[in-house]
Design a protein around this ligand. Structure first.
Ligand SMILES: Cc1cc2nc3c(=O)[nH]c(=O)nc-3n(C[C@H](O)[C@H](O)[C@H](O)COP(=O)(O)O)c2cc1C
Length: 203
């Protein structure tokens, strides 16, 4: 296999992992992952991504409890009964508690350029979200390069206040997602991909 094919294969072999071995991510490995993540592209090279790193069981429990409470409110508002909501909340709580490493991927709003008009201000915020998401994707690939698995979870985007209540979130940090990282229990099947012909137009 050529080096190019190797790289393509590496990128295609990433999966979302949701179950992890009870094994800590070594400090040096975490450092390498974060360092690589900072090589992601960003608008104006402003690097608006921030990482809230959570490893202690106490902090994970606080996060799981607050996100769980917000999730419960949403599910009950959707019309689910307590009995219907409970297993969903518990599954989400267990995922957080069982992940050796939880990273809240945030956007530092203080890094966003100020414009005098709302239109460009909105674009600037969108660009910061895009840049932060690219860091998240890079982080998942950097973890994959270390033999770790990870998954992007959207819960903090639905309940950013819950993150702030659970953890000391620096001022201006806007939670975008939660990345669960650890040594995988097994390799999930690849999820079906739409063919190139469906997602592209050559003009
Ligand atoms: C923006 C975004 C939000 C996601 N949110 C969740 C989530 O809340 N829970 C979850 O289990 N997976 C979540 N995922 C992971 C996707 O389900 C997964 O990437 C997709 O099914 C394709 O599978 P793969 O990553 O294994 O290729 C999310 C992914 C992205 C990019």
């Amino acid at each position: 296999m050529s080096q190019t094919e190797n790289y393509q294969e590496f990128l295609r072999s990433r999966r979302s992992f949701r179950h992890f071995l009870p094994r800590l991510v070594p400090e040096k490995v975490l450092e390498r992952i974060l360092e690589t993540t900072t090589y992601a592209p960003s608008a104006h090279n402003c690097q608006p991504w921030r990482f809230l790193i959570i490893q202690s069981f106490e902090a994970k429990t606080r996060l799981a409890d607050h996100l769980g409470a917000a999730f419960r409110d949403d599910l009950l508002a959707d019309g689910l009964s307590e009995a219907q909501a409970y297993p969903k909340i518990e599954r989400s709580r267990r995922r957080i508690l069982e992940a050796p490493l939880v990273i809240i991927l945030c956007l530092d709003t203080t890094e966003i350029d100020i414009y005098p008009d709302e239109r460009r201000q909105k674009v600037e915020h969108t660009m910061a979200v895009q840049s932060t998401a690219l860091a998240g994707g890079t982080l998942l690939l950097a973890a994959h390069a270390e033999g770790l698995g990870g998954v992007w979870m959207c819960a903090p985007l639905f309940a950013p206040e819950a993150v702030g209540q659970a953890l000391p979130l620096p001022s201006g940090w806007e939670p975008q997602s939660m990345l669960l990282i650890g040594f995988p229990v097994d390799i999930p099947e690849i999820r079906a991909r739409k063919p190139i012909s469906e997602v592209s137009r050559f003009v």
